[in-house]
Design a protein around this ligand. Structure first.
Ligand code: NAP
Ligand code: HSE
Length: 444
């Protein structure tokens, strides 16, 4: 009989933790494409052996996996024989982190979609995997079905990566697209994103920008060869965006996108997630719905662009199952053991202060419609060394105030914030001024 396991030629048993949106897709692919994967693996067969969930009755109700495979008992799950691969598609930390570690302790290879866990506990988990002769594959943790991790880990290995920039959250991109193209209210678009299976169990993670910040941390660790703690990546979300700014952006030839931006800055890195004005002529402005896209700038091959579905059941399951196949074939565990690509062997990174980073900016100030106010605002910007590219007062009144819309030339974020604090203190202005970066793609 053929030997089982990733080094043998027989059946490779798979355990799965979690059976929700992504887990259901993984179970479906393993069931429906069994013959294709067996052929690609030169005869090795993949078999889902056990599925750990919290609520068996709920999972049975979905009809996604055979009821006999389901258990809520972690001991029973880990006692399942001949199960060298564990797919973790539960999400979050806490108990899931314990299960993850238990799988690695038992020298099982783990395939995961969990950027929250990797961005916080990555170095310890990767070191544990290495110590136990296991591996961690995590293509699904960023970019959904786009094979961006494979590109960074292997396809771009000859390059020193200078910058990564893109759309990494499908929920936010779906919401922004529906607001712009179909004039849907924010809350309606968010509810739809949840119903379609794009959002996290706690959608605050999506709309606050934290999910994209966790993904940027995981990507940056690979791209820049330095460990990045997800908590240290600053994030602004789309939850505080005013629909007025979405419309002004459209009028001015821009589209607002939630961008994750990572670039080398001196001996450190600049990492940031924030809504940005993207010129309509750039490909990123044409990325709609749940699609994600990422530009990577390598020193040798310049700009490469990756585009595809960034969230949802089957695109994400595609990334997970591709990892399962790579692990089951035996090549990925060998690469993991012998190469120096993962965050357990990388030094912690120095993150530069975003206030010191330059960009062009869109600013909006609500001002009293009285003589001299535009002059005061432009003088305060000028005094701070901020050069105005365009300024106009709109004939739309917000209460007793009218929006003054400004675009700047390159300026430091810190200087812009200081000037806006002084403008906010004027009697002739109302509320918090709005400040959004305007993106120019790096050359490459
Ligand atoms: P989901 O639909 O909420 O499913 C989560 C599943 O995990 C449920 O079956 C849940 O069981 C189970 N679970 C949660 N905590 C558990 C625990 N402590 N022990 C055992 N089972 C547990 O979530 P999802 O959308 O599939 O996302 C799963 C993972 O994939 C997350 O890390 C997410 O960030 C990532 N991801 C999702 C997408 C997407 O488009 N949805 C895309 C890329 C990556 P109960 O129902 O019994 O609680
Ligand atoms: N909630 C995430 C998103 C899932 O919307 O992008 C994919 O990681």
């Amino acid at each position: 009989m053929a030997e089982s396991g990733v080094n043998g030629s027989g059946t490779v048993g798979i355990g799965m933790i979690g059976c929700g949106t992504v887990g259901g897709g993984v179970a479906r692919l393993l069931a429906e494409q069994s013959a294709l994967y067996q052929s690609r693996l030169g005869g090795k067969r993949l078999e889902l052996r056990r599925v750990l969930v919290r609520d068996v009755a709920k999972a049975k109700g979905t009809g996604l996996v055979a009821p006999a495979l389901l258990t809520a008992d972690a001991d029973a799950f880990f006692a399942t024989p001949d199960m060298p691969i564990v797919v973790e598609v539960a999400g979050g930390r806490g108990a899931v982190s314990q299960h993850f570690r238990r799988a690695l302790e038992a020298s099982k290879h783990v395939v995961t979609a969990n950027k929250s866990l990797l961005s916080a506990e990555g170095p310890a988990l990767f070191a544990l995997a290495r110590a136990r002769g296991a591996s961690i594959a995590f293509e699904a943790s960023c970019g959904g079905g786009i094979p961006i991790m494979t590109a960074l880990q292997f396809g771009l290995m000859a390059n020193r990566i200078e910058a990564v920039l893109g759309i990494l959250n499908g929920t936010c991109n779906y919401i922004l697209t529906e607001m712009v193209q179909r004039a849907k209210p924010y809350a309606t678009a968010l509810k739809e994103a949840q119903e379609k299976g794009f959002a996290e169990a706690d959608p605050t993670l999506d709309v606050s920008g934290r999910d994209a910040a966790q993904k940027l941390a995981v990507l940056a660790s690979l791209a820049f060869g330095a460990h990045v703690d997800g908590e240290q990546v600053g994030a602004e979300g789309i939850d505080k965006l005013d629909v007025a700014d979405i419309h002004f952006a459209r009028e001015m030839g821009y589209t607002i996108k939630l961008l994750a931006i990572g670039q080398r800055a001196g001996d450190g890195l600049s990492l940031r997630v924030a809504p940005c004005f993207v010129p309509d002529a750039l490909p990123l402005a044409q990325v709609h719905g749940s699609f994600n896209a990422l530009s990577v700038y390598g020193h040798a091959n310049g700009h490469t662009f990756y585009y595809g579905r960034g969230a949802g059941q089957m695109p994400t399951a595609s990334a997970v199952v591709s990892d399962v196949i790579n692990v089951a074939s035996g090549w990925y565990p060998r690469a993991f053991a012998s190469m120096n690509l993962w965050c357990d062997r990388q030094p912690p990174v120095k993150l530069v202060d975003p206030a010191q980073q330059s960009s062009r900016f869109y600013l909006r100030v609500n001002a009293k419609d009285v003589p001299g106010v535009m002059g005061k605002i432009s003088t305060m910007l000028g005094d701070a060394g901020i050069s105005i590219a365009g300024i106009s007062q709109r004939e739309v009144s917000v209460g007793k105030f009218v929006p003054v819309v400004i675009t700047t030339h390159q300026a430091k974020l810190g200087a812009v914030r200081d000037a806006l604090a002084r403008i906010k203190a004027l009697d002739a202005t109302d509320g918090d001024p709005v400040c959004i970066r305007i993106i120019d793609m790096p050359e490459g």
